[in-house]
Design a protein around this ligand. Structure first.
Ligand code: GLY
Length: 350
């Protein structure tokens, strides 16, 4: 097992290894003071791991209840959030008690936001069951729900008390979902770590899961420790996301998050090469690795459509949008770009 420690406004451990789910109860009891635990999960994950999580918590002497909602981004809504708050109140969870988020990004975001706001904040534990949640969304305390106006528009920064990443849970992932998480791993390598990039080139989908996930979590931990509230450096984690979110919205979520991040990253790389910001070799290496992992590189949406969609995203700040620019593998920069230049930038990378 590998442990990574986050020391942001709250200190907590991210534990990564096999056979951790049966230890959930012991670990949650070890956080102290809780009597009751509410497991929040979705209709895909609960049938696979719900009973094991529940049994482990009960064996540790904790009283449990569970809230299971239909799987999918549509559930990250105000309606499900209010239902969950009402369920927590009906189940009489107190301020000492704990929520366990058992699932992928949607579960973590929704359960985390409920934990951040129920009784003005109770503790929660993330148990990521997708690769994407393991390497990105379960760590760092971003919690949110979607509004009709867009993704993640209501949320809070709220760090979990523990992240328990059981690699056994990743074994049951459909291949497309696994590849989705790989897009965030490749993003991390482009941002911070040429050695990790080369390891992915060498090993492809057979990469050492514990080591690679731990490496990504360490990089994320470093950024979160430095800029928990996303006022500067944390913006780097949006590589491929500004344009990627635009593709996601325009496809009406027909393409997955990881596929859209891959397209956004490829466009950013090609644009930087064509505009003389980085060498063509950097863009070529990025595209080669994304393709190796079966991720897409192109979109049929026009630069004008993508720019309009990107500018309605919350990443806009006044008259500029922060683009994340690959300068070399392992070295990226934040470039505030006037909104009127965004379309030209995208056009250069289509
Ligand atoms: N997923 C990006 C961040 O946590 O900032």
């Amino acid at each position: 097992m590998t442990t990574v420690e986050v020391t942001a406004s709250k200190c907590y451990q991210v534990e990564i290894g096999r056979g951790l789910l049966p230890l959930l109860g012991e670990k949650v009891a070890g956080l102290g003071k809780a009597n009751k635990v509410c497991i929040v999960s979705d209709s895909n994950v609960w049938p696979l791991y719900g009973a094991a999580a529940d049994l482990s918590l009960k064996m540790a002497g904790l009283d449990t209840c569970s809230f299971v909602f239909p799987a999918g981004e549509e559930s990250k809504s105000g309606a499900t959030y209010l239902e969950l708050l009402q369920f927590l109140a009906d189940s009489r969870l107190s301020r000492q008690d704990i929520i366990v988020a058992l699932g992928g990004g949607v579960v973590g975001d929704l359960a985390g936001f409920a934990a951040a706001t129920y009784l003005r904040g109770i503790r929660f534990v993330q148990v990521p069951t997708t690769l994407l949640a393991a390497v990105d969304s379960s760590v760092g305390g971003k919690t949110a729900i979607d509004l009709p106006a867009g993704k993640n528009l209501a949320g809070a920064f709220c760090q979990p008390s523990l992240v328990l990443c059981d690699l056994d849970c990743l074994d049951s992932l459909p291949e497309d979902t696994f590849r989705d998480g790989c897009a965030e791993i490749i993003k991390t390598a482009i941002l911070f770590d040429e050695a990790l990039f080369m390891e992915l080139v060498r090993d492809g989908l057979g990469f050492d899961r514990e080591r690679v996930i731990a490496r990504c979590v360490e990089h994320k931990r470093n950024i979160v420790n430095a800029d928990e509230y996303d006022r500067g450096q944390r913006n780097l984690l949006n590589l491929g996301h500004t344009i990627g979110h635009a593709v996601e919205a325009l496809s009406e979520y027909g393409l997955s998050h990881g596929q859209c991040v891959a397209i956004g990253t490829a466009i950013a790389g090609r644009a930087c090469a064509n505009l003389g910001i980085c060498d063509y070799g950097v863009s070529a290496r990025i595209q080669w690795l994304l393709r190796q992992f079966g991720l897409p590189l192109y979109t049929h949406f026009s630069a004008a459509m993508l720019a309009t969609a990107a500018l309605s995203d919350k990443k806009r700040s006044g008259s500029t949008v922060n683009l994340i620019i690959p300068l070399a593998i392992g070295n990226c920069a934040i470039r505030p770009t006037p909104v009127e230049e965004l379309e030209n930038f995208i056009q250069a990378g289509l």
